[in-house]
Design a protein. Structure first.
Length: 438
């Protein structure tokens, strides 16, 4: 069985005031079955004393008493204890003054003498019910305020937890991003350190692929993965013999050319464990697909990733210029004319036309912002990956130079005796005038 509520368990107090002791005794007899605390007072002054020392819920007073009438008593009760239910017992002669007191709000109910016991009980129960409702209302308000405060505290704690978790997630994502970037650079260094693979060629392909993707209106992520795919486009050659990829493609026999083209499958196997590199893997795997669907896998243009179509143009341009396609170095103009022969068959016309109409090909994008180590200043931002003479990455694009990195590069230049050509973003250059020499 459920426990009673606070309002039901509480025992309420009723005060009866009358200057006639026999009336008080009669009331006490009439109400002996009611579960209440009963207080009796023979005057208004005694009633006020009891009210000061007891929590009284209902006051029932005779109207006609010496020194202080019932109306006067209940008026003071209304002022000092407004939540107390107030009832007056009155004779017929006092009915007018009683009604006036009721109308003024000093008295809730009145009963005429001689009273009916059941009516008296009903009146007391009515008053107690009103008191109980007020008590319950106050209890609920206190509970609501407490719950609201608790909810506010919980929300504040949750907000703090969310902010903390958000910071932790961002930090974790940054670490993952840094680790992924480090892995990407390690892959390129593994390629470049192979004496049979030309790292400089990969850098040129990467820069041109990024330029074409940018001018083709690709989004930042597509530009990024296409540029990186160009950087490691020969990753699959690590699984081949040097004689299968080192000579010019036109000088290879049929079996060697077939092996050379299989580098895409080799690259896909190497990159398979790195799920985040899947877009890069797709570009490398389909880089030898022809735009008209006559390539390695016979895929039509709509199935070839845009990055692969861009890489095909950038790769073959530099293969022609460097002699890796025919065995004879071509000028940029002749290389473009050769590529143009395969417009809309081997190469995507939209991508190829960007190359054919571009004057930037073969020219560093930030050539006017090239510095050696001694010219660097703290806060400058690296505009392109910085490689050593073996085409191994030293610093990644976007690096913000510090005193420490400048010192290391300066020592490197002094040891090798060859200055770097460091490309700096224009907006990151210092605008301060150099101090005059003395």
């Amino acid at each position: 069985m459920s426990s009673p509520t606070q309002a039901e368990a509480k025992k309420y107090t009723v005060l009866f005031v009358d200057d006639e002791p026999n009336i008080l005794r009669a009331i006490k007899r009439a109400l002996f079955k009611m579960d209440i605390n009963m207080l009796l007072a023979e005057s208004g002054m005694k009633a006020l004393e009891l009210l000061e020392t007891n929590t009284v819920n209902v006051v029932i007073s005779d109207m006609k008493m010496p020194h202080m009438s019932g109306a006067e008593l209940l008026e003071q009760v209304a002022q000092k204890y407004p939540n107390t239910f107030r009832v007056v017992l009155t004779g017929f002669a006092d009915i007018d003054s009683t009604i006036k007191a009721v109308n003024q709000g000093k008295i809730h109910r009145y009963l005429q003498k001689p009273w009916d016991n059941q009516e008296l009980i009903n009146t007391i129960e009515e008053g107690l019910e009103r008191v109980k409702l007020k008590d319950e209302n106050e209890r609920l308000q206190l509970l609501t305020r407490a719950q609201n405060k608790k909810l506010k505290d919980i929300n504040a704690l949750q907000e703090q937890t969310i902010q903390k978790r958000t910071k932790q997630i961002k930090a974790a994502l940054n670490r993952i991003e840094k680790n992924n970037h480090a892995l990407e650079q390690v892959l390129f260094n593994v390629i470049s350190i192979n004496p049979s693979i030309n790292g400089k060629f990969a850098i040129e392909v990467s820069e041109l692929a990024g330029l074409l993707a940018h001018q083709a209106g690709c989004d930042k992520e597509t530009i990024k993965v296409t540029k990186y795919a160009g950087l490691i486009c020969e990753l699959g050659c690590l699984g081949l013999e040097p004689e299968e990829f080192k000579p010019a493609f036109a000088k290879l026999n049929y079996q060697q050319q077939k092996a050379y083209l299989s580098q895409t499958r080799q690259a896909a196997l190497i990159l398979a464990p790195a799920a985040h590199l899947q877009p890069v893997c797709d570009i490398i795997e389909y880089q030898f697909e022809h735009y008209n669907g006559s390539g390695l896998y016979n895929k039509v243009a709509k199935e070839i990733p845009v990055g692969a179509r861009i890489l095909a143009v950038a790769r073959d341009y530099w293969r022609l210029v460097s002699g890796r396609q025919t065995g004879i170095d071509m000028t940029p103009r002749d290389a473009k004319l050769e590529l143009k022969k395969h417009r809309n068959t081997r190469y995507d016309a939209e991508v190829l036309d960007i190359l054919l109409n571009s004057e930037e090909v073969g020219h560093p994008k930030y050539i006017e912002n090239s510095f050696n180590a001694k010219q660097l200043k703290e806060g400058m931002v690296l505009a392109a990956n910085l490689y050593n003479e073996n085409h191994l990455l030293i610093l990644p694009e976007g690096h913000v130079f510090t005193a420490s990195t400048i010192e290391k590069l300066t020592k490197f230049e002094e040891e090798k005796g060859i200055p770097f050509s460091i490309l700096i973003k224009p907006e990151a250059q210092t605008t301060e005038e150099p101090e005059p020499s003395v």
